[in-house]
Design a binder for this molecule. Structure first.
Ligand code: GAR
Length: 216
């Protein structure tokens, strides 16, 4: 069966892109990366993608007079590569309402918190300051308002005594690399549907029981 072609939008390191790339090395994985688009020239993610033989495009946002014209150029690149799903992986630019509507229900993001808690930037630092006992990450469909949209999958990790933002970020990132390839797989398998603004995944199971964590 033909694999679903996806576009990955990046601005930096690209470890989530790499996790999806690694998963797609297995021929039975139902998606493949058709193009990687970055708004930042020289982003490390671009080198990682080219090393794997994936087409890369840089669209420097500074060269565009407004958000809409930048976003339209990005859409052109995604469509030229024949991609059906847009995957934001550390893409640190807000997208226009026009872009979000054009790609509605075909645009996903990963965020390093258990949304709807801790939207925005500096999330790890803010979680530690707030004294939460669990952090985590969320893969969600994108709506225009920042870090909102139907949740596809989340992973929770404990906050340990003595954690700093670096340690917590590393613990969460490990789980990001698990759930992002999983969400893309479910979508490519046609198992994900949005009902109201809630995602249902057919055939997915949730473990029973409760988690308790305390900081001594
Ligand atoms: C990841 O932790 C991702 O969750 C976060 O940026 C990092 C990118 O790392 N995204 C956001 O904060 C979006 N609001 P990566 O480039 O190594 O995948």
């Amino acid at each position: 069966m033909a694999r679903m072609k996806i576009a990955v939008l990046v601005s930096g390191r690209g470890s989530n892109m790499q996790a999806i790339l690694d998963a797609s090395q297995d021929a039975s994985y139902p998606a493949e990366i058709g193009v990687v688009v970055s708004n930042i020239a020289g982003a490390p993610a671009l080198q990682k993608a080219s090393d794997a033989g994936v087409k890369t495009v840089t669209v420097p946002h500074k060269e565009y007079p407004d958000r809409e014209s930048f976003d339209r150029r990005v859409t052109e690149e995604i469509e030229a590569a024949g991609c059906e799903l847009v995957v934001l992986a550390g893409f640190m630019r807000l997208l226009s309402e026009e872009f979000c509507e054009h790609w509605r229900d075909r645009l996903i993001n990963i965020h390093p918190s258990l949304l709807p808690s801790f939207k925005g930037l500096d999330v790890h630092e803010r979680m530690i300051t707030a004294g939460v006992r669990f952090g985590g990450c969320t893969v969600h469909y994108v709506r225009h308002e920042m870090d909102t949209g139907p949740i596809i999958v989340q992973a929770a990790v404990p906050v340990h005594p003595g954690d700093d933002s670096k340690k917590l970020a590393a613990r969460i990132l490990e789980q990001e690399h698990v759930i992002y390839p999983l969400a893309v797989k479910w979508i490519a398998e046609g198992r994900v549907r949005i009902s109201g603004e809630v995602v249902k995944v057919s055939g997915a199971k949730a473990p029973d029981g409760a988690l308790v964590n305390y900081l001594e």
